[in-house]
Unconditional design. Structure first.
Length: 61
């Protein structure tokens, strides 16, 4: 099952990844992108592609 890994040191809380995710996997919590629905992740990579800080990687389990 794929899951997004967020580098919280690099995340600026812009929310672009949250808007890009078609499955509502991410939310901004305390101005940091956070995985809130890991089971819904399909590994499409939209969040990682759109992140201007390159703070997201998709990890395969």
């Amino acid at each position: 099952m794929p899951k997004p890994i967020i580098d919280t040191d690099e995340c600026t809380g812009c929310g672009i990844c949250v808007d890009a995710c078609p499955n509502d996997v991410l939310e901004l919590i305390d101005d940091v992108s956070t995985v809130v629905n890991e089971e819904a992740c399909t590994g499409c990579g939209a969040c990682a592609e759109e992140c201007p800080m390159e703070a997201i990687k998709i990890e395969e389990n």
